[in-house]
Design a protein around this ligand. Structure first.
Ligand code: HEC
Length: 150
C-alpha cells in the first residue's frame, strides 16, 4: 500500500512539473513571435522611410545623416533626435525654426514643414532613428504621430 502511494505521488509530481515546463516553453515561443512581428514591422517601415528620406530630407541632412555644421544639424548620433522623440516628430510634422542645440552645437535656422502624411513621418522617423549608428527599440507608429500637436 505504502509503495503504491509513493508511486502515485511521484507520478503526480512528474506530471505537474512537465505541464509547468510546457507553459514556460509556450511563453518563450509567444514572446519570440512578438519580437519577430515587431522586427518585420520595423524593417518594412524603415524601407519606406528610406524613400521618404531620399525624397525630402537628404538635400539638407545629407546621405550620411551628418548635416552641415552650424547650418543643417546632424541626425546621425544626434542627441536631439534620440532623446527628444516628441520634439523631433513635431519638427518634421510642423517645421522647426529658432535656436536649438544639437550635440552641443547651436543652430538657428529654418526647416519648413515638409507636407508629409503621419504614416510617412512615422516611417522616416523609424529610418533615421535606426540608421548611421542610431538605434531605437520603440517603433514609431502613425497613431503616435497623429497625436502630436503643434
Ligand atoms: C531645407 C533643409 C532641410 C530639409 C529638407 C529637412 N531639414 Fe530637418 N532641419 C533643418 C534645419 C535647418 C534644422 C534646424 C532648425 C533650427 O535651427 O531650429 C532641422 C532640424 C531637424 C531635426 C531636429 C534636430 C536634429 O538634428 O536632430 C530633425 C529630427 C530633422 N530636422 C529631421 C528632418 C527630416 C526627417 C527631414 C525630411 C523629412 C528633414 N529634416 C528635412 C533643415 C532641413
Amino acid at each position: 500500500m505504502m509503495r503504491i502511494t509513493y508511486i502515485i505521488i511521484a507520478l503526480l509530481l512528474v506530471s505537474c512539473n512537465s505541464s509547468e515546463k510546457k507553459e514556460e516553453l509556450s511563453k518563450v515561443t509567444i514572446s519570440e513571435e512578438k519580437i519577430t512581428v515587431q522586427n518585420s514591422a520595423l524593417k518594412e517601415s524603415m524601407t519606406r522611410g528610406e524613400t521618404v528620406y531620399s525624397n525630402f530630407c537628404i538635400t539638407c541632412h545629407l546621405p550620411n545623416g551628418k548635416g552641415v555644421a552650424k547650418i543643417f544639424p546632424p541626425l546621425a548620433k544626434s542627441d536631439y533626435l534620440m532623446t527628444k522623440r516628441r520634439a523631433s516628430i513635431k519638427a518634421i510634422k510642423y517645421g522647426q525654426s529658432g535656436e536649438i542645440i544639437v550635440n552641443g552645437q547651436k543652430y538657428n535656422n529654418v526647416m519648413s514643414p515638409l507636407g508629409l502624411e503621419d504614416d510617412e513621418i512615422a516611417d522616416v522617423m523609424n529610418y533615421i532613428t535606426n540608421s548611421w549608428g542610431n538605434s531605437n527599440d520603440k517603433l514609431i507608429t502613425e497613431s503616435e504621430v497623429s497625436k502630436i500637436e503643434p
